[in-house]
Each structure stands twice: as C-alpha cells, then as structure tokens.
Design a protein around this ligand. Structure first.
Ligand SMILES: [Cu+2]
Length: 204
C-alpha cells in the first residue's frame, strides 16, 4: 500500500487519494499501450521490411488504408477513459467541497491575521495557534481574515481554503487518526508568512 496514503489521517484525504490512484493507474496503462505500439511499429516497419508501394510519392495521395475495427476500438477505449476520469473527478471535487449540513458537526471559526491563526470554538472560546478536536467527528472550519489575504491549509488532510477579509470560506475534515497536524499559511502575506503556522490536535 502507498506510504503516502497511510499518512493521510482522514477524510477528505482518502477520497483525494482515490482520485490520484485512478489517474495514476490509467496513466500507467495508457503509457504502456502507447510505448508498446511504438515498439511494435519500430520493429514492424524497420528499414528493409517495407514494400515499395508504402513509400510516399510526391503529388500522389496515399490510398485509404485505415482499419475501421481498430479505429472503433481505440475511439471507444479513449471515450471510456476520458468519461470515467471526468465523471469521477467531478464526483470527488463535489464531495470535498460539499460541507455536510447535519447537526452532528463541530463548527470552528478560523481567523487569519498577520501573522497567526485564531480559532473560535462553538461555545465562543478563543484560542491562538492551536486547535483541538475530537476523533471521528466531522469538523467544519469557517475561514476568514482580519487583514490581508491568507490561506488556511491542512495539508495532511489535502484540504485548504483562502482566508479573505469580509468573507467566509468553508472546508470540512473527518479525522480518523489521533495526532498533531501542521496548519500553514499558503498565501504569501508579509514578512511573517513563513512562520504563520498553527496546529490541529486530534484527540480521542
Ligand atoms: Cu498568511
């Protein structure tokens, strides 16, 4: 199993990786087919094995030589690959972006500022630089900024959102592994940007 997947501590990171693996598998499959056909043609049409009639002659349009069965098979294969990639990409994107709207979520407000992160729990308690959430619960972050543009990134979970003054962007996670996860600012926001970090503690 992929080591990187094992490091993902919960949703939506698992789903993100499933999309990555689909692209990876199809990329390897199609790459193997393309290289295989290239090698086949290099050997089949090597110098000395081609008849005179295949030579291109100036001013003469070559006769139709397409094999309609092969064309149909390749067209269908390409259509299946592209359709599955497009539809699964749309499914994953909407899954990651759709915030669960049940009563069973914990909503935490995140305020970015130069240079740090402030968290406001549902009961109004405010903390800076460190936020603690329970294991196995869906956590919703409402993200905004006090000053300039920032970006709240939970890279272990493969999610993040811009922190913009006067607006709220929303992301969700469902942690499945206890731990201490790094939160970083992913939008250059001034001299303190590199140190604009916080931690997500998952306990349970
Ligand atoms: Cu920042």
């Amino acid at each position: 199993m992929n080591k990187l997947v094992l490091q993902v501590p919960g949703e939506p990171g698992y789903t993100w990786w499933s999309l990555f693996h689909l692209y990876q598998a199809l990329g390897i499959l199609i790459g193997a087919i393309v290289v295989g056909i290239m090698i086949y043609f290099i050997v089949k049409y090597r110098e000395g094995k081609v008849s005179e009639s295949d030579d291109i002659k100036p001013g003469v349009v070559p006769p139709e030589r397409g094999n309609i069965r092969i064309i149909v098979v390749f067209f269908a294969f390409t259509a299946v690959v592209l359709f599955s990639l497009a539809s699964y990409s749309m499914f994953v994107t909407s899954y990651i972006e759709r915030v669960p709207d049940t009563d069973d979520v914990i909503q935490i407000t995140v305020v970015g500022y130069q240079w740090g992160w402030r968290f406001i729990y549902p009961n109004g308690t405010e903390v800076v630089g460190e936020v603690t959430v329970p294991l196995g619960k869906t956590i919703v972050f409402r993200i905004t900024s006090n000053d300039v543009f920032h970006k709240f990134q939970l890279k272990d979970f493969r999610v993040g959102a811009d922190a913009l003054p006067g607006a709220y962007n929303v992301i969700w996670i469902k942690p499945e592994k206890p731990g201490r996860y790094l939160i970083q600012c992913y939008e250059l926001c001034g001299v303190g940007h590199a140190n604009m970090i916080a931690y997500l503690n998952v306990v349970g």
